[in-house]
Design a protein around this ligand. Structure first.
Ligand SMILES: Cc1cc2nc3c(=O)[nH]c(=O)nc-3n(C[C@H](O)[C@H](O)[C@H](O)COP(=O)(O)OP(=O)(O)OC[C@H]3O[C@@H](n4cnc5c(N)ncnc54)[C@H](O)[C@@H]3O)c2cc1C
Length: 323
């Protein structure tokens, strides 16, 4: 039984999990994606963020790296690729948290799901899904997995370009395939890509994938023409962005307002011991900013601990904690 389960491993959930550890709570952080960082990792890892206190500016992925280091300090339990489906209040007042990987028990819950569960946009045509994670990838975990291989990257946004550029010095070859002639990435990144050895195939749409002789054959159709093309590669990295789905909120035992959760000044929802923080909450003056969420996390954790352990002394300053 955990003291506090935090649903959503975006920046706000990560900081909440760290803060819960700082306050000696047994915390569990649950994230549906295979990696932490929420929108910051998934949507703009290469962008500079200018409004996080203490950093004049910081690259988004660096901010997630710093949050990860901070989080490790108290080693909370972290469940990745785990999507919370149900939250049930049991007769003893604790919660059962139902996920795609089993049920967890917790004394309190902090919801930090942002705009909802993220999922990568998949290829639109049918293909053999046994190729997933072996030859077709929707996430890159380690660039080294692609060393000396031929890699194709599908997509035309910042993230696709950034991955192509990051892979170029490591892979044997990198080909980027985009359905339009114009890329949507930062101009400087597009220029860097054009000046690099990355092969650019535009305007092409992917139409089929087959594996032959340990290689992937990627069939392409040139946009607005009947022209077909085909390339072979060891890996295909698909970077078509993410979808967010907050519909699950409707099944949880709390009042909601559209895709948001109304909270009071204690970050409490309509149900005792369920709190909400970050982009998902609604209160007068709410700003969907990382800094706002960082302020909400200590409030929710402190309130949860006060309710679970009313007898515990609640220190206010981290400088007064010995660890
Ligand atoms: C392009 C862009 C630029 C931005 N620039 C800035 C900026 O410069 N400064 C700034 O302060 N803010 C910026 N923001 C906003 C900022 O990213 C958000 O305010 C912040 O990410 C909110 O954090 P969060 O942890 O509340 O939610 P998210 O980052 O959305 O994280 C929520 C996490 O919860 C997970 N999740 C959802 N549902 C479930 C479930 N059922 N089970 C398990 N896990 C679940 C999701 O997969 C996700 O990882 C920007 C946003 C965008 C899109």
């Amino acid at each position: 039984m955990y003291d506090i389960s935090i649903i959503g491993g975006g920046p706000v959930g990560m900081f909440a999990a760290f803060y819960a550890g700082l306050r000696n709570a047994d915390a569990h952080l649950i994230e549906s994606l295979p990696r932490l960082g929420g929108q910051v990792s998934a949507l703009y890892p290469e962008k500079d963020v200018y409004d996080v206190a203490g950093f004049p500016h910081i690259k988004a992925k660096q901010l997630v790296a710093e949050l990860t280091d901070q989080l490790k300090e108290f080693a909370p339990a972290i469940s990745l690729e785990t999507t919370v489906q149900t939250i049930t209040k049991e007769a003893d007042g604790t919660f059962s948290i139902g996920t795609n990987r089993g049920t967890y028990r917790s004394k309190a819950v902090v919801i930090a799901i942002g705009n909802g569960a993220f999922a990568p946009r998949k290829l639109a045509f049918d293909y053999d899904h046994q190729l997933d994670e072996r030859r077709v990838h929707y996430f890159i975990n380690d660039l080294e997995d692609y060393r000396d291989t031929d890699v194709a990257v599908a997509g035309g946004g910042d993230s696709a370009i950034d991955w192509a550029l990051a892979l170029e010095p490591i892979a044997k070859s990198v080909t980027i395939i985009h359905r339009r002639d114009q890329f949507r990435g930062l101009e400087s990144s597009v220029e860097k890509m054009k000046a690099s050895s990355i092969q650019i195939m535009t305007p092409y749409l992917l139409s089929a994938l087959t594996e032959t002789n340990d290689r992937l054959t990627i069939d392409l159709k040139k946009a607005r023409t009947k022209e077909d093309a085909s390339i072979t590669a060891d890996h295909l990295i698909v970077n078509y962005g993410f979808t967010a789905d907050a519909r699950i909120l409707r099944d949880w035992p709390i009042d909601i307002k559209g895709a948001t959760i109304p909270v009071n000044t204690n970050m409490a929802t309509s149900t005792d011991l369920i709190y909400a923080i970050g982009d998902v909450v609604d209160y007068p003056g709410k700003m969907q900013l990382i800094a706002s969420g960082f302020g909400e996390a200590p409030v929710a954790i402190t309130q949860a601990l006060q309710e679970i352990y009313p007898e515990r002394k609640q220190p206010l300053h981290s400088t007064s904690l010995i660890h």
